[in-house]
Design a protein around this ligand. Structure first.
Ligand code: EPZ
Length: 423
């Protein structure tokens, strides 16, 4: 397994381009199941999770054409789900990437049947799929759980009024896709409002769907007879953008994050500014200048447009070298503080109390061998390594490769002393 070595203490400066959004691209690629026509997606990042999704789709019989590195260093993918050779998303793929579960809605909507492994839990929490299943059942699907698989069938899904107990991103995406070909109108109340929801609705509407209210908490989907192909460039990755912004803040650097959509990061930008970090927002760039010593601020993760849980670990690193005490409350996942244990080994002063972490700023962190546990935790260890004294060695970096495209290349171009040791 690869490792990453970092010699800390370098000030990062220059400009970095944000890759396409992983969490927008995954449902977009899967939505190609809804039409027999060709779907062309640009700006697809070169990530493990993308490759897993393409492997799953080709196992279902979707033709997949990947077209290398396009101008601007982004990838193009053409998919066509003419006829399928199977309706099953197997455990070996779903367990490595829970977003595979999103094939359920499209398969049911277009083909009337599906056999999808339940994702099981993951490092950050149980992550059940009850809201996905409850909504599909309300749309008329017959659902059985057999040997860890969801076996579902529906002659024709019918529109329903669905209320989500939690504004689940995945459940909103699954049900939106299911509703596009259902008989009648589906209304999803308490729907997730993340930018990825708006992006999916935009693309589905380009395919001929009739979706309104995406991003505003109540989504209405009028079922249509069929969808056609599409060509679309995926939005930039707001979480990658935020991660590089923290890198600038941490190292007292000066980084222009090109392609970042500031309207997708309002709560996060405000928090950085509250911590005394210089953030200048332009049309398609965010310029960040690090503070000498960041102020301690309290953070509570919330569904969008609140502070994003996917940037909680990164902010914990910044708070661990801030001037006072910060309380970080994680309200989305029940076990998303594992990075705190690794950061403590680097000298951070963090006390965990249930879903709260009390972070007392220290003078500096010190490099150490640490282990990545999940995607966003792994990048927080990279950030800590950038600012720690001495060398940090990070193992299990496969977690990192799931969500960050060539991060060590991007960081070394900004002046970091970082290298990947092939293992
Ligand atoms: C998406 O996961 C993202 N993943 C996550 O990003 C992100 O952290 C999360 O949304 C929240 O913003 C992708 O988009 C691929 P949820 P998802 O359903 O859809 C509970 C990353 O690092 N819940 O909104 O799985 C669930 O347990 C990843 O890129 C139910 O109880 O998140 C969690 O506590 C990590 N029942 C909360 O809702 C359900 O049926 C939010 O989950 C579904 C969810």
């Amino acid at each position: 397994m690869d490792k990453i070595l970092i010699q800390g203490g370098r000030r990062l400066e220059g400009e970095v381009s944000v890759s396409g959004s992983k969490n927008a691209a995954l449902p977009l690629l899967i939505s190609s199941l809804l039409t027999p026509e060709k779907c062309l997606y640009q700006g697809i990042p070169d990530l493990m999770d993308i490759h897993t999704t393409l492997k799953l789709l080709s196992r279902l019989g979707v033709t997949v054409e990947k077209d290398g590195r396009q101008a601007g260093g982004v990838g193009q993918v053409a998919l066509q789900a003419g006829g399928l050779s199977g309706m099953e998303a197997p455990y070996d793929l779903v367990k490595t990437m829970r977003a595979s579960f999103l094939v359920l809605g499209p398969l049911l909507a277009r083909f009337g049947q599906a056999r999808v492994s339940t994702p099981g839990g993951c490092a950050i929490g149980m992550r059940p799929v009850n809201l996905h299943l409850k909504g599909l059942a309300e749309m008329g699907a017959e659902i059985d759980l057999v040997h860890g698989y969801v076996e579902a069938k529906a002659k024709k899904l019918r529109g329903a009024r669905i209320h989500l107990d939690l504004p689940s991103v995945g459940a909103t995406e699954n049900l939106m896709m299911a509703g596009t070909l259902a008989e009648g109108t589906t209304i999803i109340e308490n729907a997730a409002k993340e930018p990825e929801i708006e992006e999916l609705a935009t693309v589905l509407n380009k395919m001929g769907a009739r979706i309104g209210g995406a991003g505003r908490g109540m989504v209405t989907i009028e079922g249509v007879g069929g969808l056609h192909g599409v060509s679309h460039r995926v939005v930039p990755d707001r979480i990658e953008a935020g991660t590089f912004m923290v890198a600038a803040a941490l190292t007292g650097g000066d980084i222009a994050v090109r392609g970042a959509r500031s309207d997708h990061l309002d709560a996060f930008v405000l928090k950085l500014q509250e911590a005394g970090v210089g953030v200048a927002v332009a049309a398609d760039e965010i310029r960040v200048k690090g503070a000498i010593k960041p102020k301690s601020v309290d953070i509570t993760t919330l569904p969008y447009p609140g502070f994003p849980t996917d940037l909680q670990a990164q902010m914990m690193v910044l708070m661990s070298v801030s001037a006072g005490v910060s309380v970080i409350t994680e309200t989305i996942f029940e076990n998303r503080f594992m990075h705190a244990l690794e950061l403590s080994r680097m000298g951070a002063d963090i006390r965990l109390e249930g879903n709260r972490a009390v972070v007392k700023g220290v003078g500096s962190l010190s490099g150490a061998p640490v282990m990545a546990t999940d995607l966003r935790a792994s990048v927080s260890l990279v950030l800590a390594g950038l600012v720690a004294k001495g060398q940090t060695e990070i193992s299990r970096v496969y977690h990192l490769d799931r969500g960050y495209e060539h991060i060590e290349r991007k960081l070394s171009r900004l002046g970091a002393d970082i290298q990947r040791i092939k293992g």
